[in-house]
Design a protein around this ligand. Structure first.
Ligand code: C2O
Ligand code: CU
Length: 481
């Protein structure tokens, strides 16, 4: 009830602030106000329109429905999409904003929206364990305050293997007025889809569930075949590329040719120290932000290094250009990027825990993926007090990699200097182990699962509980008002 009362106030505050701003115009000279922060444009995707004039409230409408796309000329594909576009439209906010999303489900089955990576209240996280899924024809309003700047995405959390594959996913950016300023920002949503020759999306099959998940045969960049993604810039331009991998199962290995780049942000936002690398492995659900400096004329290309099997069964690497930029020669010098001070939690672990991933059989002999021996566990795997720092070891008993995702918290991978920064997804290698330090700062009930959606849907899904603790560290995510 208390939470609900607070939410009603937001709407009221919105009206109130809008009115008082108008009133002020007649009394205060315009030049006395500093210019408000303007969020940068993001190229490559359409943005949702903010319906609330209050600069601290973002109010948008999202409808999920069936629509048509055409990936192969003359062979239309039925997709499920947010606001009729693939990917769904970009949700933009700045850190500390209250976000109001009026969601309508025009699909023929129930769904929710999960705001992947945002440390918001569990009541608004789209988990069907907490929120009754939105039925066909019904509406639900998501209200939350965004506590952390970074690149995120949103997708359903009901029958995810089918609903995400059909096209329900969209990008989300939380800006910080202290973010470094670039000549341009882009979002690149790098997906794969499995299409029949008729153009329709292939149904999932048994192997997709018991092996490494559903791999596609067509790479998409921002909802179009990868070879269509193009742009043109002038030499000397410096851009921020925000990349997400929303595929059902495919780990993407990416690099940039014909321009220099460094990694500036991970799932949890800007890195204290950017780093250079020739390739970046983007597990399902992860985000990486690249700072790309077009330092030579010609073509700069984002390459997806795809592993593919030839007819003899030999695995080889195929470099697939997934975004091509024509760079016009120029003597212009790249702008100097001033790196802000980035604070990240850095606390020693006070608790240890282990999660073991396995493929087992249920009572009827059907294969199920498990965490600590349980498929689709309904009781919490662990309960920790808010503010705990958990040294979590994930042991993978199976020769299949698993991108393990924890809702509502960030963590830091240990013993691997090549993966710095805060994450909410970690790739657990085939038959291997990873260790990370998780900052359990956001109270609530949180899903913990493999982000290979076929694995999650047949059991590799559990929940952890973070119990509220007065005075403990926590994200600033209580709605205003
Ligand atoms: Cu990307 Cu449980 O979610
Ligand atoms: Cu898995």
């Amino acid at each position: 009830m208390v939470r609900f009362a607070g939410l009603v106030c937001i709407a009221f505050t919105g009206v109130f602030v809008a009115c008082s701003a108008k009133h002020d115009e007649t009394q205060v000279p315009a030049q006395s106000a500093p210019p408000p922060y303007a969020m940068p444009a993001v190229l490559g995707v359409d943005a949702l329109e903010d319906q609330d004039p209050d600069p601290n409230i973002v109010e948008v409408s999202i409808v999920a429905s069936r629509t048509r796309a055409e990936f192969k000329a003359g062979s239309p594909t039925t997709v499920w999409a947010y606001n009729g576009t693939l990917p769904g439209p970009l949700l933009k906010a700045k850190v500390g904003d209250d976000v109001v999303v009026h969601f309508k489900n025009d699909l023929a089955e129930p769904t929710t929206i999960h705001w992947h990576g945002l440390r918001i209240s569990d009541q608004m996280d789209g988990s069907p364990r907490i929120q009754n899924p939105v039925k066909p024809g019904e509406e639900f309003t998501y209200r939350f305050r965004v506590p952390d700047a970074g690149s995120y995405w949103y997708h359903p959390h009901v029958k995810t293997d089918v609903q995400v594959e059909k096209g329900l996913y969209g990008p989300l950016v939380v800006f910080d007025p202290k973010d470094p300023v670039y000549d341009g920002e882009r979002f690149l949503v790098i997906d794969d889809i499995r299409l029949e020759s008729s153009g329709s999306i292939s149904p999932l099959n048994g192997m997709d569930y018991t092996m490494g998940g559903r791999f596609g045969n067509t790479l998409l960049t921002n909802g179009r075949p990868a070879n269509e993604a193009k742009a043109a810039v002038e030499q000397g331009t410096v851009e921020r590329w925000r990349i997400v991998n929303p595929a059902n199962a495919r780990t993407m290995v990416l690099g940039v040719e014909g321009a220099s780049f460094r990694i500036i942000a991970t799932d949890g936002g800007l890195l204290p120290e950017p780093y250079t690398t020739s390739r970046v492995t983007v597990a399902v659900g992860q985000r990486y932000d690249l700072e790309v400096t077009y330092d030579q004329p010609g073509q700069a290309k984002l390459i997806n290094y795809v592993l593919s099997q030839d007819s003899a069964g030999k695995v080889k690497e195929v470099p697939v250009p997934s975004f091509v930029v024509d760079v016009a020669g120029s003597a212009r010098a790249p702008r100097a990027i001033a790196w802000p001070k980035v604070k990240q939690p850095d606390r020693p672990a006070d608790t240890n825990a282990t999660m073991t991933l396995n493929l087992q059989q249920d009572a009827d002999g059907n294969p199920v993926w498990t965490i600590n021996g349980k498929a689709m566990a309904m009781d919490p795997l662990f309960t920790w007090a808010q503010g705990s720092t958990v040294l979590l070891t994930i042991v993978n008993k199976i020769k299949t990699e698993h991108p393990f995702h924890l809702h509502g918290q960030f963590f830091e991978i240990l013993d691997d200097a090549s993966q710095p920064g805060l994450k909410d997804v970690v790739l657990v290698p085939s038959g291997g182990t990873v260790k990370f330090r998780a900052y359990m700062d956001n109270p609530g009930r949180w899903m913990a699962h493999c982000h290979i959606l076929e694995h999650a849907e047949i059991g590799m899904m559990g929940e952890i509980v973070v119990s509220p603790t007065p005075g403990a560290p926590g994200p600033d995510n209580a709605p205003h008002g």
